[in-house]
Write a new protein. Structure first.
Length: 306
């Protein structure tokens, strides 16, 4: 049983516990939070909390998360764009449209299915049966670099680097409009959207989220930008850019409904750079993945629009 310990901020007093839990724990819906409460899996001060409990603010809540259910994941012979591989890690360039790990609605065709075919049982087991080797994720329609752990020691080292912000993850995107500054930082907390469970949102009291950005080139009506993540919240760059009025083009959740590039098949976002310390040798390693064709095709169109 995995325990998650959370502390309510003073300004969250009065919020219902089920709603608050859904905001604090990535992937947890309000109904799932209510199930945990009904099963006496949410405890504060030695007492199980009920779904109508309202936060006092400042209390510490322990959530006993159920074990991930085991699923029969089938290795699939799906081509992988492998940037680097050794006995401890494998760095892959994930294509746009591929889900990282199996979940409801996507039990096959994922990166994990492909990795299991390529690596066999040589993947870390820390993240459970349906996420072997997965240390961090990128969205289905985001392309680019991911590092995967082949053993538990490598997984623990990589996870610690990400938590300590010593692993560098660089992204590139094309956004709507022209940001006022050439570089800056967006520091806004992110949590699950209060009414739309598919979305994240800027919510006071949410999890800390920090994105650094740099303008690479300005076009007529659009901007090519680079991003460095200091934290790794779900949809972080997408939410942050939408929050300042410059959503990523093609973004079906946070982008413009009608735009020249609204029908390109998903957000134009690419994980282009990854820097990490090798878990065994201690060597600092830097990886790059060139912009994919869908991205460069749009840049070419923007150049012609100048």
């Amino acid at each position: 049983m995995n325990e998650v310990v959370l502390t309510a901020a003073p300004d969250q007093a009065g919020k219902r516990i089920d709603s608050w839990l859904a905001e604090q724990i990535d992937g947890l819906t309000r109904s799932a939070a209510q199930n945990l409460l009904a099963e006496n899996a949410v405890v504060c001060g030695g007492q199980s909390l009920k779904k109508n409990y309202k936060l006092a603010g400042g209390e510490t809540v322990t959530v006993r998360m159920p074990e991930l259910r085991e699923v029969d994941i089938t290795p699939e012979n799906i081509p992988l764009d492998i940037i680097y591989e050794d006995a401890d890690i494998i760095v892959v360039n994930k294509p746009r449209g591929m889900v990282v790990h199996p979940a409801a609605g996507n039990w096959s065709g994922t990166l994990v299915n492909a990795l299991m075919y390529h690596c066999g049982d040589r993947l870390s087991g820390i993240n459970g049966e349906h996420r072997p080797g997965i240390v961090h994720r990128i969205d289905k329609d985001t392309s680019g670099l991911l590092v995967v752990a082949k053993n538990d020691a490598a997984h623990q080292s990589l996870a610690a680097q990400i938590a300590a912000h010593t692993a560098f993850r660089g992204y590139e995107a094309i956004v709507v409009g022209s940001p006022r500054l050439d570089e800056g930082t967006i520091d806004k907390p992110i949590a699950r959207h209060k009414t739309d469970r598919k979305k994240m949102a800027i919510i006071e009291g949410g999890r800390e989220a920090i994105t650094h950005y740099t303008v690479l080139k300005r076009y007529r009506g659009y901007t090519h930008m680079a991003f460095q993540l200091e934290t790794g919240r779900t949809h972080q760059i997408r939410v942050h850019m939408a929050s300042i009025g410059h959503p990523i083009i093609g973004d079906p959740l946070y982008g413009l409904k009608k735009d020249r590039f609204s029908d390109i098949g998903g957000q134009c976002l690419h994980a282009a750079h990854l820097t990490l310390t090798h878990p065994r040798t201690g060597e600092v390693m830097r990886f790059c993945a060139a912009l994919p064709d869908y991205f460069t095709d749009i840049l070419d169109k923007l150049e012609r629009m100048q």
